[in-house]
Design a protein around this ligand. Structure first.
Ligand SMILES: NC(=O)c1ccc[n+]([C@@H]2O[C@H](COP(=O)([O-])OP(=O)(O)OC[C@H]3O[C@@H](n4cnc5c(N)ncnc54)[C@H](OP(=O)(O)O)[C@@H]3O)[C@@H](O)[C@H]2O)c1
Length: 322
């Protein structure tokens, strides 16, 4: 079968190759899926770049431990099932976060990681869901505990995670402010944001609005800056952004400040007048789709959709992840 693979770290033009490789074997607990669409996430970029560096402790120090097929998220049709698989059968339309292997004609996936594709989504829309939506869902619902009537700010509202965060926060009844650039203002408004801040024109840090929950996919402000525009008991959640070659999405300034806020000060120790916020990091995991299947599918079947806005044929994978 054809697949986009890499066996060294570097720029997409240097390391990504369209190659003929063996079709994956299917163990007793796995499902062989014929891939119909796959999406590109910042995660894929980190994997073939080998950045941030500490990640290489797991993936291989100087080069990947083995040849890797690119692509974390995919949607497709079940081709065959292992003998212990009970929930899927050939022909089922499915989607999953697979970690790697999505940019190929076939991928084998453990039954536990797979979910049936919602009927109202295309393969392309479904492939844009798993990692970004699961991360947003954790930020809005699990770590952020968004409630009806709360004021929620999504920084990076036009991106993969941000578009889901806006829609899920609206689903829970929050009043949502989305921050994006000029070209995406209409998009962010169209997915339900009550207020949109074009960061090229205005700075939400200078406004009067105070937020109960800030979800940050960009990382261009410090936590102390965010605290100035948060309610006294507001929550800040970091999805990623910034951090460079060493820390990547785990940004030094935020983590340092988070440890001060969460572990260094209890309520009683804060100087009078100091605002307190709780800080969370949000981490998606390969089996997350399985764990969150009912709540994840419920908002999506009601119309929450992925930001599958640009398309590339498989042979143009280098452009899609640049
Ligand atoms: N923790 C996890 O498990 C997890 C999972 C997925 C992603 N992430 C991380 O979360 C981050 C975002 O991922 P993503 O998939 O949403 O990326 P993405 O699709 O590239 O979106 C990032 C968005 O940030 C916006 N942006 C850029 N500069 C901005 C600024 N100064 N102010 C406000 N918005 C700005 C861009 O919007 P404009 O084009 O409108 O400027 C873009 O749409 C990445 O760092 C990624 O690694 C973490």
């Amino acid at each position: 079968m054809k697949a986009i693979v890499y066996d060294k770290y570097g720029a997409p033009d240097e390391v990504l190759e369209l190659r003929e490789i063996d079709k994956p074997a299917v163990s007793d607990d796995e499902v062989l899926v014929r891939v119909r669409a796959a999406s590109a996430n910042p995660y894929d970029w980190h994997m073939f770049r080998g950045l941030p560096y500490p990640m290489r402790m797991m993936t291989g120090l100087r080069k990947p431990k083995s040849r890797t097929v690119l692509g974390s998220d995919m949607a497709g049709q079940v081709e065959a099932v292992g003998k212990n698989v009970s929930q899927f059968r050939p022909g089922d339309e499915v989607y999953a976060e697979v970690g790697s292997g999505g940019f190929a004609e076939y991928v084998s996936v453990s039954e536990d990681s797979l979910a049936l594709k919602p009927a109202n989504l295309s393969f392309e829309q479904s492939a844009a869901v798993p990692m970004a939506a699961e991360t947003a869902l954790q930020g809005v619902r699990d770590k952020g505990n968004a409630q009806s009537g709360q004021k929620v700010l999504v920084n990076g509202a036009s991106g993969g995670v941000g578009t889901f965060a806006v829609q899920i926060a609206k689903h829970f009844g929050a009043e949502v402010t989305g921050v994006c650039s000029t070209r995406n203002v209409d998009l962010v408004r169209s997915i339900g944001a009550d207020h949109v801040v074009d960061y090229t024109q205005e700075d939400f840090m200078q406004g009067d609005q105070r937020f109960d929950l800030i979800l940050d996919a960009v990382g261009n402000h410090s936590i102390s800056e965010y605290r100035r525009v948060m309610t006294p008991r507001g929550t800040y959640g970091a999805f990623g952004g910034g951090g460079g070659r060493w820390l990547g999405p785990a940004r030094s300034r935020q983590l340092y400040e988070a440890s001060l806020v969460v572990f260094g000060h209890g309520d009683d120790n804060l100087p009078p007048g100091t605002k307190r916020c709780s800080c969370r990091t949000v981490q998606s995991s390969p089996s997350s789709l399985q764990r969150s299947r009912p709540p994840l599918l419920s908002p999506f079947s009601q119309g929450v959709q992925g930001s599958a806005g640009r398309w590339w044929p498989a042979v143009s994978s280098r452009s899609s992840v640049r």
